[in-house]
Design a protein around this ligand. Sequence first.
Ligand SMILES: N[C@@H](CCC(=O)N[C@@H](CS)C(=O)NCC(=O)O)C(=O)O
Length: 165
Amino acid sequence: MIDLFSSDTPNGKKISIMLEEIGFEYVVKKMDLSKGDQFKEDFKEISPFSKIPAIIDHSNNKESVFESGAILIYLAEKSGKFYEKENKLKIDQWLMAQMGSIGPFIGQYHFFYKFNKGLSEVSEKRYFEMTKKVYEVLENHLSKNDYLAGENYSIADIATWPWIA
Ligand SMILES: N[C@@H](CCC(=O)N[C@@H](CS)C(=O)NCC(=O)O)C(=O)O
């Protein structure tokens, strides 16, 4: 049994999608970010940066994992799904691109352009341009490939889809 500490956000959705896809039993521990659940001391023990998602795996000595990319890799290795050994290098690249570029740029774009318009013209412009680039790269790549890492659905797609859907 897995405890999933999560909220209705793109990073949270990644792990729900993965758990549904691999069919593991899990319980959602809903975190109200607007009320500051993430800053509670017992949650910080699991997720030091006070961010969702995080998991506790009761079937593995109560192992806890934070950072959505690390959780996806953990669950993929445990289930043997969506992280083909022969294609690991490609999957890793697209997964890291999601974690380092796709998510952060779109997240900042939403912060400045959508939710705090007028706060910083420089940031609005910068993240608009970076988000545009993200979509151009994805559009170009997915016009030539069925999935991000090539022929097969992988954790890189699971990580990216909630950000662009
Ligand atoms: N790199 C982290 C980012 C996690 C993240 O930014 N989580 C957000 C919700 S999508 C959060 O917990 N925000 C609460 C806060 O910043 O106080 C991951 O991929 O797990």
